[in-house]
Design a protein around this ligand. Sequence first.
Ligand code: HEC
Length: 190
Amino acid sequence: MKRITFLLVAVATLAGVVAFTAPTSRRAAAQEAAPVFGINIPPGYRDWGMISVAHVGGNLNDLRVKLGNDVAIKAYREGKLPFPDGTIIARLAWRQVTSEENNIVLHRTLERGGLSSEQTTKLLAESFVAGPATNVQFMVKDSRKYASTGGWGFAQFTNGKPDGEAAHNTCFSCHAPARDRDFVFTRYAP
Ligand code: HEC
């Protein structure tokens, strides 16, 4: 009997914890949705399949990768256009930085290969790896919900927090030139 009472208390406590935390986590999730399109960071996106990579110079000076959920990757591989509802494409970006660690090793190898120290230093100054993350962008396909923006919802997050409304109002118009490819610029890297 004592044991049963203990179990009942344990179950009641657990239920209480669940009841207490559920609304809080729902509230937290709602707070983090990007404005205009109401998109949250899709869970697990960091593990999605790779579509392609790119580098943008100038002030951005970043390295970026495009990832897609299963629906996106399948559509890409089958050359399906327009992308089906449920497609999500992510664009991750990092400031490009030099890697001392890598360069020490490469320096030795290049010099051994016959390059002068000066040539080697110059070459390695243009060798980069991903540094701190800049921001992450998403395009979410829902042809009914986002009918007025080509069927795509757009979202941008910096350090896990959504960026403002002004930034989100620029997305669709800038993607308009890619209309023939369903507003998506990135091609699948062979
Ligand atoms: C200045 C024009 C411009 C603006 C503004 C812009 N984009 Fe893009 N976007 C591009 C171009 C060009 C590419 C392809 C090259 C690259 O990755 O930068 C791209 C790529 C993307 C991709 C990868 C899929 C694709 O189309 O290649 C996503 C996701 C994305 N943008 C989301 C957004 C979001 C979200 C916003 C608004 C917060 C936004 N973009 C604003 C021009 C723009």
